[in-house]
Ligand binder design. Sequence first.
Ligand SMILES: Cc1cc2nc3c(=O)[nH]c(=O)nc-3n(C[C@H](O)[C@H](O)[C@H](O)COP(=O)(O)OP(=O)(O)OC[C@H]3O[C@@H](n4cnc5c(N)ncnc54)[C@H](O)[C@@H]3O)c2cc1C
Length: 339
Amino acid sequence: MPSGRPALRELGLEDAVVSRGAPPLNGLQFGRVDEPPIAVPFPGHQGEQAGLGIRRLSFDAQMTEALAHHSGIQFRSHTEARDVRRDADGMTTVITDAGEVRSRFVAVADGLRSALRHRLGWTVGPRPPHRYGIVAHWMMDGPVDPWVRITFDRGLEVYEGPVAGNQRMVALLCYQDRMREFGGQLESRYREIAQAIRPGLRQAELIGSVSAVGPFWYGATTVADRGIFLVGDAAGFTDPITAEGIATGLRQARALSDALTSPNPERAYRHAHRQLTNDPYRVAALFLRLTRTPALVDRAIRNHGRSPQTLSKLLGIGFGYWGFNRITPREWIRMFTGR
Ligand SMILES: Cc1cc2nc3c(=O)[nH]c(=O)nc-3n(C[C@H](O)[C@H](O)[C@H](O)COP(=O)(O)OP(=O)(O)OC[C@H]3O[C@@H](n4cnc5c(N)ncnc54)[C@H](O)[C@@H]3O)c2cc1C
């Protein structure tokens, strides 16, 4: 999402990501099957407007390459962190499969199901109703479609966006009840549903494997305590529907590095984390309401013609650009009643 680009730039990675083919993203298109979608461009903010589409595998490879060449960093790939232990002298020891590392500060960034967060006893969730994703990549011929698309169907959304090399990430997002139909036939059912809802995929080639992920909603009792900090999905995750997980993680990492220079880094990071995540979590909750209430999708679509800026403003709240007061009471009423 565009809100992650300043942090990416600051890390010196933006040019490399762009030059290796990550396509720019214009915004979101959403709608119902067999109906024309509505387009919601990303709001402009401080010169940022476009997002970037990149596979996590390529992004991680570019990040690790940069880390490995950084003179101030000793980078160890393929090393498992097995536990964290707080020591009596105020230091923390990370136990890895390649030995122990002692440090004053430890950032735990091991993802949605964070085993280390669990070992610390900080995990909250997964909170029902459980949502899942089934995701794969497709090779598409023709010009790149620069929109992230969400297509709503009965109890399921198809969520897709372009990544480098004429590939498109296509995820099916659904609640537990629809997950059952994938039992024992993940790939065939995924292919069938994705191609039925997005007929353009019938001419596309499925590449790599199909994977299932979830449930999504996890939280933490705290994101910082006595030298240990949670960053990215490990610090809590609502749902991929707002597509800002990477941007949020990058911004949290930035906030942690700032917090380390404060007299009370744990308190500073907890505060910054709240600031960075409160409104985006609320926007994600609102989007989730849409997924459960088809009538709301219809109203949002109807309202968009009369008040096209409202949904862009809502995306801006999710990106942390401004607060909920950016949307006027009249716009809220229109969005929810369609009148
Ligand atoms: C279907 C789907 C679609 C999504 N689409 C988007 C999107 O379009 N845009 C977007 O921004 N976000 C999207 N997200 C969200 C995004 O993927 C996550 O928010 C993001 O990957 C979180 O990054 P992370 O680094 O915190 O965790 P992860 O990406 O999970 O990375 C954690 C890393 O820690 C490593 N690790 C785990 N345990 C250990 C251990 N014990 N020792 C050492 N290493 C360990 C893992 O190998 C992994 O490399 C999507 C998510 C899903 C499920």
